[in-house]
Design a protein around this ligand. Structure first.
Ligand code: CA
Length: 287
């Protein structure tokens, strides 16, 4: 059975992030970017924060390997955070390969970048397209704490077998040393392509952990696009009102769990859900 690494060559042409067949959107990491509560993040990517303290995010054009600048994450303190993108229109059971081409890590003591061994990077994938970086379903590659290594590292490559029509790619930075200096990480040149030449049976991949009913209801609520017309005579609505959850933010949303049909609905202070037909047994996930 082949093992990875070594990884096969990419079929995309370098700079691969600019190849029109790159499945990652805005793999050049800019220049288009948007505001988030943590700073600016390049378009088609969103920030995630795992540590209690959040670093700052910033699109920059000071360090990059391909055009359009790069995504920087920085803080004077320790942090564990990154950016993610959900890639859609995937083919279940197809093998895909991803590569973070450039991941520079350095400290600054008020001047040039100083390479250190206390800033790590790793890439991950949720093969179900989930967007929770803390989920045990995220498959993480190895840590790379070598401050001198930035370009086309095997640790920053991964093959995975798609299990749904979408998957979420995570680029994560971990800072161990909160002492002097500013900790900085740059991400650039992210590429992804289908690899029909690799058999899914040749990829060792942990099986996704089964969702609980509550997690399935939460995921469906997260995927909803409030605000929609609301059925305000229904059991879920009446139960939520009785629980004091205040105003609804979605209509009833249907989802399936273990082959059974369920409904959920998002309110200001929680998500209510029940099995279709079992309207006397409404449960709540309080926010
Ligand atoms: Ca770039």
């Amino acid at each position: 059975m082949p093992t990875f690494p070594p990884f096969p060559r990419f079929n995309l042409d370098d700079p691969c992030a600019q190849d029109p067949d790159n499945l990652i959107k805005n793999g050049t990491m800019g220049p288009a970017h948007h505001d988030t509560p943590f700073g600016t993040v390049v378009d088609n990517w969103e920030p995630f924060v795992i540590s209690a303290n959040a670093p700052q995010f910033r699109w920059v054009d000071n360090e990059a390997i391909d055009p359009g600048g790069s995504q920087q994450i920085f803080s004077g303190d320790t942090f564990d955070a990154g950016v993610m993108q959900t890639v859609k229109k995937l083919q279940p059971n197809m093998v895909y390969m991803i590569r973070l081409g450039y991941s520079l890590a350095a400290k600054s003591f008020g001047g040039p970048n100083v390479r250190v061994q206390t800033i790590g990077r790793k890439i991950g994938v949720d093969v179900n397209g989930g967007t929770d970086a803390k989920s045990p379903n995220v498959i993480w590659g190895p840590d790379l704490f070598d401050g001198k290594a930035a370009l086309n590292r095997p640790e920053m490559q991964m093959v995975f077998v798609a299990k749904a029509n979408q998957a979420t790619i995570f680029l994560r930075a971990m800072v161990k040393d909160g002492g002097e200096g500013e900790n900085r990480v740059w991400f650039d040149a992210i590429c992804m392509e289908a690899r029909p030449d690799i058999s899914p049976s040749d990829v060792q991949q942990p099986a996704p952990i089964e969702q609980t009913l509550e997690q399935a209801a939460q995921a469906r609520a997260d995927a909803a696009k409030p605000w929609m017309p609301v059925n305000n005579t229904a059991a879920l609505w009446l139960a939520a009102k009785a629980m004091g959850l205040q105003d609804q933010q979605t209509d009833e949303l249907s989802f399936t769990y273990k082959g059974e049909n369920y409904l959920c609905q998002v309110f200001n202070f929680g998500i209510v859900y029940c099995k279709v037909g079992d309207f006397g047994n409404v449960k709540v996930i309080r926010k």
